[in-house]
Design a binder for this molecule. Structure first.
Ligand SMILES: *[C@@H]1O[C@H](CO)[C@@H](O)[C@H](O)[C@H]1NC(C)=O
Ligand SMILES: *[C@@H]1O[C@H](CO)[C@@H](O)[C@H](O)[C@H]1NC(C)=O
Length: 502
């Protein structure tokens, strides 16, 4: 009897060993042939992340410096509790991956299922036919010509937010990421609904404050043990009072967005009846004009709005915040950019596009410290070959932008901030610069993001003198994006004859 139990015990121990140590290690070893990696049993990728934040003040240090020894790894392999995670760092393999992305992979829902509860299955989180339909409908709105019509509204919002900071006297230790996010948040709102939401409030909060609050709240939920035991279901059940309250608020908020959309549709219908031209070329107008209101349901439009808010507000705000921080660290680059901007008076999209230094600074910021340093996890739906790498079903695979962006074969002196390297765009090898991912699932909002970035930085540099707090230390870790752990602290001083008052 005793030996029977002992045998059973042994079997269980062996099984656990196999699932959590031997199998992940074998997987890891197999893929290691194509690159570099690090393995920590059970805790894998999370443990490594903690170590690197402590040691290098950058959670992605290993991915950014993998070529420093002169080698040419195609991938970096890490592990989670049960398997290998492959981060692709070679442009040829990235090219192959993005072509397979929609067929052979699916986004994993771990860590994002709770935000989906709030924002819905928008273009980022959907797959297959649903994704295809939404992408087709929305791509019209995000065409360059269509977006050019948004420029006056982006300029207006930018000026308003800068003025608000000046008027409030809050110009010391400004978290410029937050400052830029106020602008990008409002841009998403107005791109969808023009100014109709201006006088709307949710429990006394403006639309953007309410959305930030909701996003933070669902984000906080997943850092509880309940999430790891029951995933997002636990919060849906509403066992805790706080969860019930949030569930109610999510429902009410989505309803309110639905009402705003309906109100905008009605506004346009009445204009049409009177035979008048609209002054509001927003998403609702675009959908109506192109008879697309029936193609996307109300719920789908709500989800797209929330998705764009989450994806467009955070990322572009970070990009500009990091660009400003970089400029404080490189006075000679800051001076050259300032001279270029001061000499220019054409603030149209084409005017700003022609400024090589401005565009170089934005590209370099994206290359070295793009907010999406890592992309969403993708899990293989079947065994297949990624070029010569046999990928096993269930394996997590994704491109690693922050690695390939620092590949010395494609970027000379890869760790240096050199806007000049972008003056001749034709020299960039395909799939080596992927701040917005690549292939069919690339970021639909990339043109809007860059238009916003150029406007925000132009107005910023012609309105403020700025320097960073000397005690600020840049430590990068993952929150939703790769972010400074401490709030960025930049001191602003109003220039003489600032652009926002001209
Ligand atoms: C929105 O803008 C129009 C002019 O385009 C103006 O008449 C209207 O009052 C504004 N609405 C709000 C809520 O600010
Ligand atoms: C861990 O990685 C394996 C293999 O890549 C994957 O199948 C599994 O879903 C991952 N587990 C979690 C919790 O992400």
């Amino acid at each position: 009897m005793v030996s029977y139990f002992a045998l059973a015990g042994l079997a269980i121990v062996l099984y656990i060993l196999y699932v959590f140590i031997i199998n992940p290690y074998l997987q890891y070893r197999k893929y290691l042939k194509w690159g570099k990696g690090s393995f920590y049993p059970f805790v894998g990728v999370f443990y490594g992340a903690g170590l690197r934040v402590k040691q290098y003040k950058d959670v992605d240090h290993h991915l950014k410096h993998m070529y420093d020894d002169g080698s040419d790894p195609k991938i970096y392999v890490e592990n989670n509790a049960t398997g290998a995670i492959i981060k692709i760092s070679d442009p040829e393999y990235i090219k192959e991956f993005v072509q397979l992305e929609n067929k052979a992979y699916q986004k994993t829902t771990l860590l994002i299922d709770n935000i989906i509860r709030l924002v819905g299955q928008g273009i980022i989180f959907s797959e297959g036919p649903q994704w295809k339909k939404n992408r087709n409908v929305l791509s019209g709105v995000f065409h360059f010509e269509q977006l050019s019509k948004r420029v006056p509204s982006i300029e207006k919002i930018t000026k308003e937010v800068y003025k608000r900071y000046i008027d409030s006297g809050n110009v010391k230790n400004v978290d410029v990421i937050e400052l830029f996010q106020e602008i990008t948040a409002e841009v998403v709102i107005q791109t969808f609904f023009s100014n109709i939401s201006k006088d709307k409030s949710f429990y006394g909060m403006s639309l953007s404050v309410a959305l930030s609050y909701l996003i933070n709240s669902v984000g906080k939920q997943i850092s509880t043990p309940f999430y790891f035991l029951f995933r997002t279901n636990f919060f849906k059940w509403g066992i805790r009072e706080s969860d019930r309250k949030l569930n109610k608020q999510i429902k009410e908020f989505r309803q309110m967005i639905g009402d705003i959309i309906n109100e905008r549709i009605k506004e346009e219908e009445e204009l049409e009846k009177r035979g008048e031209q609209t002054t509001k070329e927003d998403l609702v107008y675009y959908l109506k004009k192109n008879n697309l209101l029936g193609v996307l349901s109300l719920d789908e439009i709500i989800s797209e709005f929330m998705t764009f808010y989450v994806a467009g507000m955070d990322t572009t705000g970070h990009l500009c915040g990091m660009a400003i921080w970089f400029l404080t660290q490189h006075p000679e680059i800051k001076k050259k950019l300032q001279e270029e901007l001061d000499a220019n008076t054409d603030y149209s999209q084409n005017g700003l596009l022609k400024l090589p230094y401005l565009n170089g600074v934005i590209q370099e910021t994206q290359r070295l410290y793009g907010p999406a340093g890592q992309l969403f996890n993708r899990v293989a739906l079947r065994d297949h070959m990624l070029k010569d790498i046999p990928i096993k079903k269930g394996t997590i695979v994704k491109p690693s932008p922050c690695s390939v962006h620092r590949h010395p074969k494609y970027f000379e002196d890869p760790h240096s901030f050199k806007p000049e390297r972008w003056f001749n765009k034709n020299t960039v090898t395909p799939y080596t610069f992927i701040p917005f991912n690549a292939g069919p699932r690339n970021c639909i909002g990339q043109h809007l993001a860059l238009i916003e970035a150029r406007i925000m930085i132009n107005y910023f540099m012609k309105t403020f003198d700025f320097e960073s707090d000397p005690n600020f230390e840049m430590v990068l870790n993952y929150a939703f994006l790769i972010e400074p752990v401490d709030k960025l602290r930049i001191n602003l001083k109003l220039k003489e004859n600032p652009l926002i008052y001209q």
